[in-house]
Design a binder for this molecule. Structure first.
Ligand SMILES: *[C@@H]1O[C@H](CO)[C@@H](O)[C@H](O)[C@H]1NC(C)=O
Length: 202
């Protein structure tokens, strides 16, 4: 059995990130608010194929983290990224560009290629939607996202699908990147961390 280890960072100015990750990891919906200070991570292991498992280390980056050297530390070793916004909040949509630029300017894959990023339009179950699908599609294309999807944590819509799509992209972009990561001396030693260990910065 081969295990792929993947660090994924979750960014965006939304309260829904933490609930999304919770839903994905535990299969439950909870109305947790984004009380994350700095970053927290959770883990989930997927049986990817008969011979492969994928161990995801999902970093929930607080929207209160400023774009200074802190984000650079949190991005280190990431092989994939989720940029999330709230379709009922146009300013959270506009901020996605800042998050994407911050990521691209500070982090790349070990090969030097940009980190695969998926754009998630969350809270699509709500009627107060203000961001249209056309504008999301155009923004996604113009800003280097490999895909975008509408998601709803409440309705459990596209939660697993979006993560699966991202893992698939990571594996297809650089099949051996994750092995490279686990062989780096300075990579995070997962054995010594609790699944929900928090790291504070601000
Ligand atoms: C909308 O997004 C901005 C950040 O881009 C945030 O500061 C604001 O609190 C959000 N508003 C609501 C109602 O969630």
């Amino acid at each position: 059995m081969k295990e792929h280890l993947m660090k994924i960072v979750f960014v965006g100015d939304v309260v829904g990130k933490t609930a999304f990750i919770h839903r994905y990891v535990s299969g439950q919906f909870s109305l947790t608010t984004d009380a994350t200070v700095g970053a927290a991570f959770r883990e989930k292991t997927l049986q990817w194929s008969e011979k492969e498992t994928v161990r995801l280390q999902i970093w929930d980056i607080s929207s209160r983290v400023r774009f200074d050297s802190m984000t650079m530390i949190f991005y280190k070793g990431a092989l994939g990224c989720v940029v999330m916004f709230d379709v009922t909040n146009s300013s959270s949509f506009l901020r996605c560009q800042d998050w994407k630029r911050d990521l691209d300017s500070k982090a790349t894959l070990p090969s030097g290629a940009p980190i695969p990023c998926i754009l998630l339009a969350n809270m699509c179950d709500l009627p107060e939607r203000v961001v249209t699908a056309d504008s999301i599609a155009e923004f996604s294309k113009n800003n280097g996202f490999f895909a975008w999807m509408e998601t709803s944590v409440r309705d459990n819509r596209n939660v697993d699908e979006a993560m699966r799509r991202l893992v698939q992209e990571i594996l297809s972009v650089q099949p051996s990147e994750d092995q490279l990561l686990s062989s780096q001396e300075d990579s995070v030693d997962l054995q010594s961390h609790d699944a929900t260990k928090r790291q504070s910065c601000c």
